[in-house]
Design a protein around this ligand. Structure first.
Ligand code: C5P
Length: 254
């Protein structure tokens, strides 16, 4: 259980608490899974532990190659210390292959390779169902500036290159993913950083050989055990020991 402290925000899959120092927060990963704007809900034992560790893996890898993120360090099985940022109210989706909403909207068969990575923006608003928005909307409504937009596209593509390469190395195709971006103010100067989480909750990951889905579509589409799929991703990345098979109580390597 998380110790008693000030809760700053509670979302569908995570809770934010006040951090130990100004400018920091503690991000707690819950086991709750939701899909279709929370119309489908369940508790998947162990999911929070896996996502905490996987998000640490991806975010610290990004930090190491100079892509700024909010991640500072993992604190324990379910919590990580992050920098407090001002969230931009957009979801940035990058797609390499057609799947999900782009397949539906444009009638492209799932799995079709796209001519180049496609970056899309969605306005974060549960009541509206996170509608897709254009750069025109974003600038006209003041959600981000033209410079922010350019930086967000660049960040999305750098994350895509990194994540695609890492996943390819373990036999997994990065079909698409979603990131959220925040601003950090340093005096009058702002910079954008990757925030929230990067995990199989927010990516589509397909086994290259078999096409097996190793992401939240397993839950959305009732394709099997979600924790098993995430455990497989973690194992391949070396985040869990190869012989770990008790998905409800994942063992960390360090
Ligand atoms: O549903 P759609 O095809 O637009 O999703 C694209 C990618 O963004 C998927 O990897 C999905 O998991 C992710 N996503 C997300 N949170 C949302 C919407 C999409 O993580 N609210």
């Amino acid at each position: 259980m998380a110790p008693r402290r000030t809760k700053v925000y509670e979302g569908k899959a995570k809770i934010l608490y006040e951090g130990p120092e100004p400018g920091t927060l503690i991000q707690y990963f819950k086991d709750d899974a939701t899909a279709f704007n929370a119309q489908k809900k369940d508790v998947i034992e162990g999911k929070g532990v896996l996502n905490n560790r996987l998000s640490e893996f991806f975010m610290s890898g990004l930090n190491a190659i100079g892509v700024p993120t909010h991640f500072i360090r993992r604190l324990n099985m379910r919590e990580q210390l992050i920098r407090s940022v001002e969230m931009i109210p957009l979801e940035v989706v990058v797609r390499n292959y057609a799947a999900g909403s782009i397949s539906k909207r444009l009638g492209i068969e799932e799995g079709t390779a796209l001519p180049r990575p496609i970056v899309e923006f969605y306005y974060k608003d549960d009541a509206l169902g996170d509608p897709m928005v254009s750069e025109e909307h974003i600038i006209a409504f003041g959600w981000a500036s033209q410079q922010d937009l350019d930086d967000m596209v660049a960040l999305g593509l750098r994350v895509n290159d990194f994540m695609s390469g890492v996943m390819m190395g373990v036999g997994i195709r990065l079909v698409d993913f979603k990131i959220e971006i925040g601003r950090i103010w340093e005096n009058d100067y702002q910079r954008l950083v990757v925030a929230d989480e990067i995990s199989p909750d927010s990516c589509r990951l397909w086994d290259i050989e078999t096409g097996r889905k190793l992401d939240k579509d397993v839950f959305r589409r009732d394709l099997g055990n979600l924790a098993d799929a995430y455990t497989e991703v973690a194992r391949r990345l070396g985040v869990l020991p190869r012989n770990a098979n008790n998905v409800t109580k994942p063992t960390l390597i360090n």
